[in-house]
Structures are given as C-alpha cells and as structure tokens.
Design a binder for this molecule. Structure first.
Ligand code: 13P
Ligand code: SF4
Length: 354
C-alpha cells in the first residue's frame, strides 16, 4: 500500500543518504504520502522562485507535473539535474496549446494586421516551447498568484494580450480583477480555421484567450456554489481562478493554492469554508484546521483529484530517491538550449514583475 511503513522508511533512508545532494520540491496538490518528504512546498510561483534556492544540490526532485519540472530546469544551472518521479505526470491544460498551433495563431494575428499590438502572456501551465514563443515575442509568464500584475505589465507594452492556454484564468483576471468587460475578450479555438474568429472580432478584442482549460477545475459549476450555500448557511466560498467565470463570479474569495492556504490560516475559529480546488489539498487543509474549529468542505459533491499530479506516489518517489542514491540519474527533465534561452527570458520577466 502507498502508506506502507516499509516504503516510508525506504524513502527516508534514501533521502538521508543523499543528504545535501537532493532538494525535494512538492506542489500543494501532491499526495500526503509524498508531500511529507518535500523540503519546500508551494504554489507554482513559489516553486519556480525557489527552484534555484539550493544550488549545492545536484538533484532537484520535482514532485509536481512536467511543466513545473521544465521550468525548474530552465531556471537552474546545468550542474543541477531536475528529476520528475513519473514521466507521465503531465498536465492536460498544458497539452492544449502545442508549438505548431501557437505558431499558426501568430500567423492569423499577423494576417489580421494586429500581431504588432499583441503581447503574449502565458500561464506557467504550458510547455517550454510555449514559454519560448512567449519570450521570443516580448511576453511574460504568469501564475495564478501574479496574473493581474503580469497583465498590467503586458498592457504597458502593447494594446492587446494573447493569453495562453487557460481561458478561465485570463478571463477571470481581466474581468474580475481589472474591470474589463466580457466583450473585451474573444476565444481563439486552435481547432478552427482562423481560430473561429473574424478579422473584425480580432481587431476589436483586448484579450485574445486561448481555448484551454483545466478539467479538474472545470468540474465546479454555479450549481456547486448554490448547493453549498444552501447546505451550509454562512459558508465562505473560496475557489481557484482556473474555475469557470460564473463560478469565480459567485465565489467570495479567489486565488492560488498558496493564497487558499494563507486565507484558511488567517480565518477565525468557527468559520465555514467550501473550497473549489484539487481534493488532496482540500482534504489536507480540512484535517489540519479541524481542531481549530474551522469547518472546511470540498465545493463539489463529486471527488476530483488531478490524475496526473496523483501519478507521483510513494512507490515512484522511493524508486527515484533510491536510484539517485545509487548514482543512477533517472527521469531527468532537460529542456534544449535554444528553447531554454527564450523560455528563460519570459520566466525572468515574470520573476521581475513589481
Ligand atoms: P497554483 O499556482 O495555484 O498552485 O496552481 C497550479 C495548478 O496547476 C493549478 O491547477
Ligand atoms: Fe493541470 Fe489542472 Fe492538474 Fe493543475 S489541476 S496540473 S491545471 S490538470
């Protein structure tokens, strides 16, 4: 079983043997059995910022998904090797924007005569290729904790933003946080000719949103919010900005995983919370704050884990740490030099945001 005491002991022993040679990063959506071995936990911004925090570590074991490990590789030197315990831990949202599709989109914008006015802003949840495209075209990366600052910066550089690949984070930030209207936004569908948009629509738009989404957060609906408000009078609804616009508009609080944790830490005893994000995190928070009299429930009635985050389990972590401890470099994530240089430009613009 995953919480097998023997596996826990093996992970502990291998990590101890590696000592300062290993630095384990864990995203908040990771399983409890894995997160207990993380040296640093965080949202995707914090993990990108801290990836290079331990330069003496030869190995960075990234307990998270592929795009996070790529970003850590981009932001660290060649001497540090980034390892993803299961190479199949991808992100379905990141897969919704390929390099070919985005290049084609840029051609569409060029033909419409607007490419010069457009600044790309790409969510961290994207491949290194998309980050490189972003850097090459003068844009920045953002995460759910700095999307508003990234968009403000982008609108200082140009008149329009191409937001990749999460339409919801783009729309929610523009409309909820920055006061734009829904009519300022259009959705570019990579599966349709010209993105399914007319030249007039493209010219009129301020925000061109890529048609991508997170299937985990897509499960929450306005009904989930209305139901929980009926079930639990006085409940505070706190959701991640990857949720659909109508869910975010109906919520009381919206923010990244780190923001969700900080908000619950600061919440008074006796308060009630319904959380719209991945279930490993919600369960962990419900357990952690139960004895402080904070009632924390999952926003939906169904169960929703991120299946790719969950691929990193204790057996994969044990295998990874034991292999490294024996001197076998396994599952290295390495971005090629050309992609890395442009992607780094975009990531560094994010890290330099005011
Ligand atoms: P955070 O940056 O809020 O941790 O989000 C990462 C993610 O993948 C959410 O689905
Ligand atoms: Fe990707 Fe959604 Fe999983 Fe986050 S929760 S890693 S956006 S599929």
């Amino acid at each position: 079983s995953p919480s097998d005491p023997d596996l826990v002991e093996r992970a502990r022993a291998a990590k101890e043997k590696l000592g300062d040679k290993v630095f384990v990063l864990g995203h908040h959506y990771q399983r409890d059995e894995v997160i207990q071995f993380a040296d640093v936990t965080g949202d995707s911004f914090k993990l990108a910022r801290d990836a290079a925090a331990k330069p003496e570590a030869e190995y960075i074991v990234f307990c998270g998904v592929h795009f996070m490990a790529e970003s850590a590789d981009i932001l660290t030197g060649d001497e540090q090797k980034v390892v993803l315990p299961d190479l199949a831990a991808g992100c379905s949202m990141a897969d919704m924007a390929t390099a070919e599709q985005v290049a084609e989109c840029w051609d569409v914008l060029t033909e419409a005569g607007i490419a010069e006015q457009v600044v790309p802003v790409s969510y961290m949840n994207s491949s290194a290729d998309i980050k490189a495209f972003t850097g090459k075209h003068g844009g920045t990366i953002c995460t759910s904790s700095n999307a508003e600052r990234a968009l403000n910066w982008a609108f200082e550089q140009g008149e329009k933003v191409l937001f990749l690949p999460d339409q919801h984070l783009g729309r929610n930030t523009a409309v909820r946080d920055m006061g734009m209207s829904l009519d300022d936004c259009v959705v570019y569908n990579p599966h349709k000719p010209n993105g399914g948009l007319t030249v007039e629509e493209l010219r009129a738009a301020k925000m061109i949103l890529w048609r991508g989404h997170c299937s985990v957060h897509g499960r929450f609906s306005l009904d989930s919010v209305n139901d929980v408000r009926e079930r639990i009078p006085g409940v505070n609804v706190l959701v991640h900005p990857e949720c659909k616009h109508e869910v975010v508009a109906a919520a009381d609080y919206v923010g990244s995983t780190e923001y969700i944790i900080n908000t619950l830490e600061a919440a008074p005893a006796g308060s009630k919370w319904a959380i719209g994000t991945e279930l490993n995190l919600v369960r962990r928070l419900a357990n952690r704050f139960a004895d402080q009299g904070k009632e924390i429930v999952f926003l939906d009635k169904t169960v929703c884990f991120c299946s790719t985050m969950n691929r990193i389990d204790l057996p994969h972590l044990v295998w990874t740490l034991e292999s490294l401890a024996e001197g076998n470099l396994v599952n290295q994530i390495q971005v090629d030099k050309e992609t890395e240089s442009f992607a780094k430009l975009a990531l560094e613009r994010m890290l330099a945001l005011p």
